[in-house]
Design a protein around this ligand. Structure first.
Ligand code: SF4
Length: 347
């Protein structure tokens, strides 16, 4: 059996042709499954009975299972989904004005070892397959019962998406497919810690790029984000420039503010210098404190001062609100709660 959700439209066509079927059937199947939500072949009434009988023996529909769903008072909805191998991944729906953004995971755990991140403590368990990425969208969309549509996707959940770039870009193609979900690629953002050789793949697939900057010198970045020892700031920023030249899309630089580590006014000035030739905006993320992390969140006053310095230099800056605290939806929190209190989080 082949899992339907692992196949792009092109692959499905090739698969059907390989089984002696007409390739236009692939578009019919995409419409039934992704546009009408129908996975029961007997309901696909414009497809011949013979075809349906044969196809049900070679294609199946397998998604991650939602094992926990929790709504926050701020409108955030958190999902824990079980994937093969007895592990869980997390996805978060985040409403924001006219947008409804789904934050998806790309891996179980992560190999990047960022010092401020809970997920890093798991190490990399495995990369998600395509159906597990697309499945996070389908499960979250289903939970809305037709009342709303997910408008945006960000690859900012567990894992480094460019460490799983083939499956992430294929999932983006599937989510974008016009005879399927039809989500604009300009509404899909891939966030990387800085896997420089793969950044061009984000431009190639046509998605937006976000980069976790988080330090303004190689000395500090080497410490908080070990990936910097392999691809330093100079290489990272050069890849960002190339991304812009190819895509003409503005980049988002994310900057987790860690008190006394990367939040000085000198840091703010250096951000301006580092990003001056790269059309971009800055998202400031005051660190979300958790026990044993060893890092401290700067005060609101310090955050404001940092933001103002950037704004005075002409940068477009936003301070990201921490949403979903009451359901442990802020980055990395749910996983730790699952491990500490599994009984509390079970369905
Ligand atoms: S911040 Fe992102 S890239 Fe870094 S360890 Fe955590 S999940 Fe991985």
């Amino acid at each position: 059996m082949v899992n339907f959700y692992d196949l792009s439209l092109l692959e499905l066509k090739q698969f059907l042709v390989g089984h002696g079927k007409e390739k236009f059937r692939a578009e019919q199947l995409f419409r039934w499954v992704y546009q009408k939500g129908v996975t029961d072949f007997s309901q696909m009434t414009n497809i011949s009975q013979d075809f349906r009988e044969e196809i049900k023996n070679i294609l199946d529909f397998k998604l991650p299972k939602v094992v926990h769903q929790a709504d926050s008072v701020d409108g955030t909805r958190k999902f824990l989904m079980a994937v093969d191998g007895g592990k869980n991944i997390e996805s978060v729906l985040i409403p924001n004005e006219d947008r409804l953004t789904l934050c998806v995971s790309s891996e179980v755990g992560c190999a990047m070892g960022c010092q401020f991140c809970f997920t890093a403590e798991m190490g990399l368990m495995r990369r998600l397959n395509v159906s597990e990425i697309v499945g996070q969208f389908l499960n979250a969309q289903k939970s809305l019962n037709g009342t709303k549509r997910i408008t945006n996707i960000v690859f900012m959940g567990m894992g480094e998406p460019l460490d799983n770039v083939d499956n992430v870009t294929k999932a983006i193609e599937i989510l974008h497919e016009q005879v399927g979900i039809g989500l604009s690629k300009k509404r899909i953002t891939v966030s990387t810690s800085g896997i420089v050789p793969q950044i061009h793949r984000v431009a190639k697939v046509g998605a937006r790029l976000a980069v976790s900057l988080n330090a303004t010198t190689n000395e500090i970045r080497d410490k908080v984000m070990p990936i910097n020892r392999k691809y330093n700031l100079e290489k990272l920023l050069e890849a960002c420039k190339q991304y812009y030249l190819e895509s003409k899309d503005m980049i988002t630089f994310e900057y987790v503010l860690l008190k006394g580590i990367n939040d000085s006014i000198d840091d703010a000035h250096r951000i301006v210098q580092l990003t001056k030739n790269i059309p971009s905006k800055i998202n400031l993320i005051p660190f979300n404190e958790h026990p044993e992390s060893g890092f401290v969140r700067p005060s609101q006053h310090e955050v404001n001062k940092f933001q103002k310095t950037l704004m005075n230099a002409g940068k477009h800056v936003l301070v990201r609100r921490t949403m979903g605290r009451d359901i442990y939806a802020a980055c990395g929190q749910l996983r730790s709660e699952m491990e500490k209190h599994p009984q509390k989080m079970s369905v």
